[in-house]
Design a protein around this ligand. Structure first.
Ligand code: PMP
Length: 375
C-alpha cells in the first residue's frame, strides 16, 4: 500500500495507541466523580491538558475538547455569533475555507447574519486591502484558515490579525488550524479562536479542541453538567484526550526538519509531473509541501483515483470532505472551472518514504499513459 492521503486522515501511531489502551484500562473513573478513582482521572486530565497548553504557550483553561475540527468550528462561529449578535451580525470568511465553515455560514445566514467573502490573489494569499475594506463596525468575526486543505496555501495569521484589530479591536479572529498543526508552527497569540483535530496528526478520530483565548467570550452550544468546561459539559473522554495530548507532543518534534524532507518528496513529484502538458500543478509560493494539488485536465479525477486504487495507492480528489464537487479553493485561486473539476490531492507526511514516492511515480506513469492512450 502507498498511502498519500495524510491530509484526509492519518493512521494512529503506536505510541498513541499505547496511551489509549493504558488510559482506558487504568483510569476507569469519571473525572467528574469525587472519589479517589475520579480524582485519579481528573489529575490525568489536568496534566494532559497542561502538556498541550505548555507546548502552545497558552493556558489550560483556554482548551475546550471537542469531537474534532467540525465541532470546534461550529462552537467558534455559532458561539461568537450568539454571544455578539446585539453588537453586530457581520462575519467575514475567506474563499479558501474548509466546507464545514461554509456550512456553518449558510446556517448563520439563514438566521439573519450577513456573510462577506474576502478576496485572495493569484497565489491564494488573502487580499489585505479587501479585508481592511470589508471590516465594519458591526463585524463581529473574521474566520480565515491557517492552511487550506486542498492546496496547502498558508496564510500569514499575524499580519491578518494586525489588520483586523487595527480596523476594529472588537472583531474576533478565528482560524481553522487543522491542516497546519503538526506541519508548520503556529503562534496561538496571533488568533482568538482556533480549531483542530487529532486524526490529522496520528491521533485518534473523534477528538480535537477549540482554543479560546480567555480575552473573549462565546455562547455555549451544548448544555449539561460537569466541572471542567462550561462550553463542553459531560464526561471528558479521557483516553482520547490523553491520546490527543500525546499526538500533539509527537507532532511538534523536528517540525522544520520534517518539512524540509517532505519538500524534497514534493519536488520529486512536481518535477516528474511537469513533463505532462495536460497536468497542471496547483501549487503557489505559499503552498506547504505536505499538500500537493494537481489537475489532470484530460481524465476525470474519480476515474484516475480508482485506477490508482487498484494498485493500493491512495490519494484524494479535492478533499475527503467535498469529494465529487468542484473545488472552491482552485476556483478562488485560478478561476478556471475545468481545472477546479479535475483536481487530485496528493498529501504527504514525514513518514512517507522516498521508495514510496518512486513506486507511486512508476504506477502513476503506467496508469496515466494507459488512460490517455485508451482515450
Ligand atoms: N477543517 C479542515 C481544514 C480540515 O481539513 C478538516 C478535515 N478534513 C476539518 C476541518 C474537519 O475535521 P473533522 O473531520 O475532524 O471534524
Amino acid at each position: 500500500m502507498i498511502y498519500l492521503d495524510y491530509s484526509a486522515t492519518t493512521p494512529v501511531s503506536y505510541e498513541v495507541l499505547d496511551t489509549i489502551s493504558k488510559v482506558t484500562k487504568e483510569f476507569i473513573g469519571n473525572a467528574n466523580s469525587l472519589h479517589a478513582l475520579g480524582l485519579k482521572s481528573a489529575n490525568l486530565l489536568e496534566s494532559a491538558t497542561k502538556q498541550i497548553a505548555d507546548i502552545y504557550g497558552i493556558s489550560p483553561n483556554e482548551i475546550i475538547y471537542t469531537s474534532g475540527a467540525t465541532e470546534a468550528n461550529n462552537m467558534a462561529l455559532i458561539g461568537v455569533a450568539m454571544a455578539n449578535h446585539k453588537k453586530g451580525k457581520h462575519i467575514i470568511v475567506s474563499k479558501l475555507e474548509h466546507p464545514s465553515i461554509y456550512a456553518i455560514c449558510n446556517y448563520l445566514k439563514s438566521i439573519g447574519f450577513e456573510i462577506s467573502y474576502v478576496n485572495n490573489d493569484k497565489e491564494g494569499l488573502i487580499d489585505f486591502d479587501d479585508l481592511k475594506n470589508k471590516i465594519r463596525e458591526d463585524t463581529i468575526l473574521v474566520s480565515i484558515c491557517a492552511v487550506n486543505s486542498e492546496t496547502g496555501v498558508r496564510q500569514p495569521l499575524k499580519m491578518i490579525r494586525q489588520i483586523i484589530k487595527k480596523e476594529n479591536l472588537a472583531t474576533i479572529f478565528h482560524s481553522d488550524i487543522t491542516q497546519a498543526v503538526g506541519k508548520v508552527s503556529i503562534n496561538f497569540h496571533d488568533i482568538d479562536l482556533a480549531s483542530m483535530s487529532a486524526h490529522k496528526i496520528f491521533g485518534p478520530k473523534g477528538i480535537g479542541f477549540l482554543y479560546k483565548s480567555n480575552m473573549i467570550k462565546i455562547s455555549p452550544l451544548i448544555y449539561g453538567s460537569g466541572k471542567f468546561n462550561e462550553l463542553k459539559p459531560g464526561t471528558p473522554p479521557l483516553p482520547l484526550i490523553a491520546a490527543l495530548s500525546k499526538a500533539i507532543r509527537l507532532a511538534n518534534n523536528d517540525l522544520e526538519k520534517r518539512e524540509r524532507f517532505v519538500n524534497l518528496l514534493n519536488m520529486k513529484i512536481v518535477n516528474f509531473l511537469e513533463k505532462y502538458p495536460e497536468i497542471k500543478i496547483n501549487k503557489t509560493k505559499y503552498s506547504i509541501p505536505q499538500i500537493l494539488n494537481i489537475s489532470i485536465m484530460n481524465i476525470m479525477p474519480e476515474t484516475f483515483l480508482h485506477m490508482l486504487d487498484k494498485h493500493e495507492v491512495y490519494v484524494s480528489t479535492n478533499t475527503a470532505c467535498s469529494s465529487g464537487e468542484i473545488s472552491n479553493s482552485i476556483m478562488a485561486i485560478y478561476d478556471d472551472s475545468k481545472r477546479a473539476k479535475h483536481t487530485l490531492r496528493i498529501s504527504l507526511s514525514y513518514v512517507t518514504t522516498t521508495d514510496e514516492i518512486n513506486k507511486f511515480l512508476e504506477i502513476f506513469k503506467e496508469e496515466y499513459e494507459k488512460a490517455i492512450t485508451v482515450k
